[in-house]
Write a protein that binds this ligand. Structure first.
Ligand SMILES: C[S@@+](CC[C@H](N)C(=O)[O-])C[C@H]1O[C@@H](n2cnc3c(N)ncnc32)[C@H](O)[C@@H]1O
Length: 236
């Protein structure tokens, strides 16, 4: 019987192709097949475009569509279909890499696939990537947390009360998935005293990157899904 191939989950960082780790590039070069996740709405795969310059021209690339899920249990058919496709490649003894934006273990579709494949007894190797919020802190020259400070990482899609209490109980904060309710988020930042230091970066490291440092004047801005705010108490 052919031995199952290894499955790699590879973090490709937020956008700049130079932010892939050496380990990620080595794995991308070694595998037989690359899975490029995409959403139903968009043509291409952002993760693939970030990694593209590191991929050998002969490597097979398969696009898989994933819904942007809130509740994974409503989408089991789609995930099971993608899992079945990956399993059929692994059963032929081929190795597969699943590309993921930023870090694979951090708010990622990869986590669902990782769990499904682990349950099938597949050998899974996860290679970390630079998460968007840390790339953004360096890019902006904005240290996020010092000494004993507490930092919260908050999906802007979380319930409003939970967002407010996390903002109020931490020195610094990262707001992820900021694309629908910017006005509410700006108000919450104002109430927690964290608006003055807030900066938003949309599509960090990609060609159409956008930086906003005066969020008060951009409450109605239509944002891309890949948008993050970093903020902290003012440093005195
Ligand atoms: C599904 S989560 C993926 C997080 C990713 N695994 C990471 O490590 O950064 C998507 C959110 O990550 C953030 N994000 C990912 N890439 C980004 C980028 N290039 N620029 C700004 N924010 C980004 C945004 O907050 C976006 O809504």
């Amino acid at each position: 019987m052919t031995k199952l191939g290894t499955f790699y989950g590879i973090g490709v960082g937020p956008g700049d192709p130079e932010l892939l780790t050496v380990k990620a590039i080595n794995a991308i070069n070694a595998v037989d097949v690359i899975i490029a996740p995409k959403t139903e709405k968009k043509e291409g795969s952002v993760a693939l475009s970030i990694a593209r310059s590191h991929i050998r021209p002969t490597t097979e690339i398969i696009y898989q569509v994933f819904p942007m899920v809130k509740d994974f249990s409503e989408w089991t058919e789609v995930f099971d279909g993608n899992k079945a496709e990956i399993m059929s490649i692994l059963r032929r003894g081929k190795s597969v890499a699943f590309l993921t934006i930023g870090d694979p273990m951090f708010y990622s579709t990869y986590i669902y696939i990782f769990r499904l494949l682990r349950a099938e007894g597949v050998k899974v190797v996860t290679i970390p990537g630079v998460p968007a919020f840390l790339a953004i802190a360096s890019q902006l020259g904005r240290p996020l947390a010092f000494g004993n400070e507490i930092i919260s990482i908050i999906p802007a899609t979380a319930p409003r009360g939970a967002i407010e209490s996390a903002l109020n109980s931490s020195d610094a904060a990262v707001l992820m998935k900021v694309y629908k309710n910017l006005d509410e988020i700006v108000d919450a930042l104002e109430r927690s005293g964290k608006l003055d230091e807030a900066m938003l970066v949309s599509r960090s490291g990609l060609d159409d990157e956008k930086i906003i440092d005066d969020l008060r004047n951009h409450k109605e801005e239509r944002l891309n899904y890949l948008s993050t705010i970093i903020t902290r108490e003012a440093i005195r």
